[in-house]
Design a protein around this ligand. Structure first.
Ligand code: GDD
Ligand code: MG
Length: 334
């Protein structure tokens, strides 16, 4: 079975981290997000993953030089220009010659869904497409879905206005699709699956959906990216990962609490690091205090950061005290 993974977004809400690393390649507890996601696809019997890339394939080619991720062969489909979700899925599926039932996943979610149960649900319903659904507190930033008791979608509203729907169950970004869905998407056309294709399938009565309550998170915001790391060292998920990556240098007098330290990161003497992620290659100088922060670059000695996001090329000067800051500021960074 094929799976198409959408990795073409710009990751703007996670800047400045995504200025140097595409969102799906950012590590979550020291394993790239894409690797987490593809391992889950492999467990459900996926034998080839098609990466739908909207622009710049180089970082992906570099990350997986032998064309394999989590033991699954990769097929790269690079759009001539970003084609939006439906355009990208159709481009990628045609590029890889998909001709049977296939899976689609947004590349920026992490979940513990048992994918084979979604495929089984899809087959039992004889659906043209089946969505995975999850409950959220604030549905306004998602595709909100209304279903009937038999599991058929009655309404799909992407990013609803206040009052437009009362459902708090949303599209969780994993789909099982029949190849006939591709006939709904003209070749080379820019089109949104959420705004155009799903509403058309609802009108035809061919779109099913399966809600579950397993762990689910969209990692696209600084606080959800941080949370997704901490959940993997806390035991919130079905597995627990180590919190210090290989070849990290942590001084014996540094105190690390509830945090993830990336590969090759350097933490000098007297640092206090709490509820934070220090990404691969970051350098944290002596006596720095980090709390609820994400750091890729360099932080000079005696500084303190609370709720900050520091990009790869940034150097925070010694003795700097920042709260709620992004360095470089996403508007100033190129
Ligand atoms: N290849 C390619 N080309 N990929 C794209 C493009 C494109 O032009 N545009 C977006 N993507 C990818 C993104 O990288 C991401 O993996 C996925 O498509 C969804 O785009 P987002 O920009 O992350 O959408 P969203 O988070 O606002 O909403 C989507 O996800 C929600 C769940 O997290 C929708 O599918 C919602 O309905 C859903 O609830
Ligand atoms: Mg998203």
């Amino acid at each position: 079975m094929h799976a198409v993974v959408l990795v073409g977004g710009f990751g703007t809400r996670l800047r400045p981290l995504t200025l140097t690393t595409p969102k799906p390649l950012l590590p979550i507890a020291n394993v790239r997000q894409l690797e987490h996601l593809i391992a889950n696809l492999g467990a459900a019997g996926v034998t080839e993953v098609v990466l739908a890339i909207g622009f710049k394939p180089e970082p992906f080619l570099q990350a997986f030089p032998d064309g394999v991720c989590a033991g699954i062969p990769l097929h790269y489909a690079v759009e001539p220009e970003p084609l939006d979700t439906a355009g990208a899925i159709a481009f990628a599926a045609r590029h890889a010659g998909v001709s049977d039932t296939f899976i689609v996943m947004n590349g920026d979610i992490l979940c513990d869904l048992d994918l084979s149960s979604l495929v089984a649900f899809h087959k039992e319903h004889g659906a043209e497409g089946t969505l995975h659904l999850t409950p959220v507190d604030d549905p306004s930033q998602y595709g909100v879905v209304e279903i009937n008791d038999a599991g058929w979608v009655q309404r799909f509203v992407e990013k609803p206005q206040p009052g437009e729907t009362t459902s708090n169950v949303v599209n969780a970004g994993t789909y099982v699709l029949e190849p006939s869905v591709l006939n709904r998407i003209p070749e080379g056309e820019r089109m949104s699956i959420e705004r155009v294709v799903f509403p058309a399938m609802v009108a035809d009565g061919t779109l099913a959906a399966m809600p579950t309550n397993d762990y689910w998170i969209d990692t696209g915001l600084p606080h959800t990216y941080l949370q997704s790391n901490l959940d993997l060292i806390d035991g919130t998920r079905t597995r627990i990962l180590a919190s210090v990556g290989a070849h990290a240098h942590v001084h014996a007098t540094a105190s690390i609490t509830h945090s993830v330290i990336g590969e090759n990161a350097i933490i000098e003497d007297g640092c206090v690091i709490i509820d934070s992620v220090v990404l691969p290659g970051a350098h944290i100088g002596s006596r720095v205090r980090l709390e609820k922060s994400l750091v890729m670059g360099t932080v000079g000695s005696d500084s303190s950061l609370l709720n900050c996001v520091i990009g790869a090329d940034a150097q925070v000067m010694p003795n700097t005290h920042l709260i709620d800051a992004r360095v470089p500021h996403p508007d100033e960074a190129k």
